[in-house]
Design a protein around this ligand. Structure first.
Ligand SMILES: Nc1ncnc2c1ncn2[C@@H]1O[C@H](COP(=O)(O)OP(=O)(O)OP(=O)(O)O)[C@@H](O)[C@H]1O
Length: 296
């Protein structure tokens, strides 16, 4: 328990994460627009959003991930932690096939989203990324107005029919930004602070209403106040979306996630469990050494 208290810090504004429920009925998770057909005999529990099986990723001859088996629950926050170069971002990118965009990357094994292997030949990666959105480390708004930044997310996903303005406002509200920018929707997104820019990017990612949001160190470029807002937002978003977040910040993982996956050097997933179990009483000595700062 001591690691957990240490990690939460004395200024923590968040309650410790609770153990996850296996009942999806109280997660608020979305179940419409599933990629899996009724007849798919691989259909599995509604409470699992994503599942990797025996997933290996290579860059050329170098293996970055080794036989990763993980079940990511729906409507919760799952944190991926581990030392630099252990494969966290590679795993995140393999979920929505962003690794397809890297010439030397090769993926073996299976990754199921709602029971369908996203690496099957009949899966369209662009359609997949409509359902599994992504937010990057560095806020990357376009040099466009705040309104157009969010509307772009709709347009690119073919969801700019109907009331775009209403959808833009809803996305900004969900991203906890509307109040701060509602009088300046036509100003450039680049004029916002770093933290606001990141929330704008989150609004852009959620505007098309994905089911999963992947976040690659979304707060690492932000100051503590902006970080705290993003952390609060992630907790809110998990009421509607499945969130998978890479973070170097173990306090952050302890504060905001329900589940934590610990990757260690060599691209191995060493432990995956409820966050409080990982930080209070990990099964593996190597995980304990890592989270207590003995290495990494
Ligand atoms: N585009 C790429 N081309 C070649 N090798 C890559 C590429 N991206 C990552 N790698 C290699 O794959 C391994 C895992 O990298 P990855 O970025 O997934 O780790 P990480 O745990 O996210 O690291 P960090 O915490 O430093 O961001 C590293 O050895 C890295 O050098």
């Amino acid at each position: 328990m001591q690691y957990y208290r240490d990690l939460m810090g004395t200024d923590a504004q968040h309650e410790p994460p609770q153990s996850s429920s296996s009942d999806s009925s109280d997660t608020g998770a979305q179940t419409d627009g599933r990629m899996v057909s009724e007849s798919d005999d691989r259909s599995r529990s509604d409470s699992i959003a994503l599942e990797s099986r025996n997933l290996d990723v290579y860059y050329g001859d170098d293996q970055a991930l080794r036989s990763i088996d993980m079940q990511i629950p729906e409507g919760q926050v799952t944190a991926l932690i581990g030392p630099s170069g252990c494969g966290k971002s590679t795993f995140l990118r393999s979920i929505n096939r962003m690794n397809d965009l890297i010439d030397v990357a090769r993926v073996d094994g299976d990754l199921y989203f709602q029971g369908k292997n996203v690496y099957d030949e009949d899966v369209d990666p662009v359609a997949l990324r409509r359902k599994i959105g992504m937010v990057f480390q560095k806020p990357n708004p376009f040099p466009k107005s705040i309104r157009d930044n969010v509307a772009y997310g709709l347009r690119v996903q073919g969801k700019d029919d109907g009331d775009v303005d209403e959808k833009v406002r809803t996305a900004l509200e969900r991203a906890a930004l509307l109040e701060e920018v509602e009088d300046q929707l036509d100003s450039s997104g680049l004029d916002l602070s770093g933290g606001q820019q990141q929330r704008l990017c989150i609004a852009r990612a959620i505007a098309p209403d994905p089911e999963v949001i992947l976040m690659d160190e979304p707060a690492s470029a932000l100051d503590p106040v902006a970080t705290s807002k993003i952390e609060d937002l992630i907790e809110d978003l998990s009421k509607e979306y499945t969130v998978v977040i890479v973070t170097h910040n173990m306090q952050q993982a302890a504060r905001i996630s329900d589940k934590t996956a610990v990757f260690l050097t060599g691209g191995e997933l060493v432990e995956f469990d409820d966050t409080n179990k990982i930080f209070e009483n990990p099964e593996h000595d190597r995980v304990e050494d890592y989270i207590t700062g003995k290495f990494g």
